[in-house]
Design a protein around this ligand. Structure first.
Ligand SMILES: C[S@@+](CC[C@H](N)C(=O)[O-])C[C@H]1O[C@@H](n2cnc3c(N)ncnc32)[C@H](O)[C@@H]1O
Length: 288
């Protein structure tokens, strides 16, 4: 199934927002990051506007470009297939001995709920975010019968909308391949690191084909990563980039594991031990 590669599938971009357009495009230097706050705000607004327009036009086509028209059955079956290929074949890394029904998982860029629905049948709790309000509306409708799913519209850059949650696995497929900025993608990686439990996996796909022709603010053809850049990003964000597959292609898959921090662990244990010892001492003093 072709999930949207190449200029032939590229939809016409709508009106670009704001009078500052040319200055900002000028400022978007090759390499797509780092950006100033102004540039990031511009990209955020453009990603949302473009994806809302695509969702209103034909959400299912822009989610999975294999067909112009999808029946419900076909569309959700394609999500099941995605989960079979990338989740069910990889449960050792994903669950690490845990029962999936007791796991909380996060999906970034859930679109119309195609993959989310399949995830909800496997995992105990599913948190899903998407930048497009229209996609979120369609996802919520598709997931109405799944009380273990929470879908939120986020700002396209961080996961603050989810509040104080912890997840045991995070996943994102055919989303980062559309994001035009490395700074935004790295921001997401840091955000996942914040919410993920120690030792757990963030499995996601980025664009790995550096030969694509794109403009700096293209929200269809996102910014590509080399293998070296993917490793550097993981290390900067505190992840172990344990496995990588498909470098140089559109489907460049990354397995980022959040490592254990032994010094933090031992500091935590020491604090708990001293609290416990103090409590015991005070109890014995009071009773004597
Ligand atoms: C090609 S669709 C894939 C949807 C879903 N992952 C699937 O496979 O069915 C890409 C989705 O990513 C969302 N998206 C694009 N940029 C995003 C961003 N910066 N933050 C969150 N979602 C984003 C779009 O709104 C769209 O729903």
């Amino acid at each position: 199934m072709d999930l949207g590669r190449g200029p032939a599938l590229r939809p016409p971009l709508g009106r670009r927002p704001g009078p500052r357009r040319s200055r900002i495009i000028y400022l978007l230097v090759a390499g797509s990051g780092p950006h100033t706050e102004d540039e990031l705000a511009y990209l955020e607004q453009k990603m949302r506007a473009d994806w809302d327009r695509r969702a209103r036009e034909n959400a299912r086509f822009y989610v999975a470009t294999g067909r112009q028209q999808w029946t419900d059955e076909e569309f959700f079956a394609s999500g099941e297939e995605e989960v079979r290929n990338h989740i069910l074949t990889d449960m050792t890394n994903i669950c690490r001995g845990k029962d999936p029904r007791r796991m909380a998982v996060l999906e970034i860029g859930c679109g119309a709920g195609r993959v989310t629905r399949a995830l909800a049948k496997i995992f105990g709790t599913v948190y899903a975010v998407d930048i497009s309000g229209e996609m979120v509306r369609q996802a919520r409708r598709a997931l109405a019968g799944y009380p273990n799913v929470r879908v939120e519209q986020n700002n396209g850059r961080d996961l603050r909308v989810l509040g104080k949650i912890r997840v045991d696995f995070a996943f994102s497929s055919i989303v980062f391949q559309h994001i035009p900025s490395k700074a935004i993608i790295e921001g997401y990686v840091r955000e996942v690191h914040r919410l993920l439990r120690y030792g757990c996996l963030f499995k996601f796909q980025v664009q790995g084909d550096a030969s694509i022709e794109r403009t700096e603010d293209d929200t269809w053809l996102g910014v590509p990563f080399t293998d070296e850049e993917a490793v550097d990003m993981a290390l900067r964000c505190g992840f172990d980039p344990r496995y990588r597959h498909g470098a140089g292609t559109q489907y460049f898959w990354l397995w980022y594991f959040k490592g254990w921090k032994p010094w933090r662990q031992s500091r935590y244990c020491w604090r708990r031990f001293s609290q416990y010892a103090r409590m015991r001492w005070e109890t014995s003093r009071r009773s004597s």
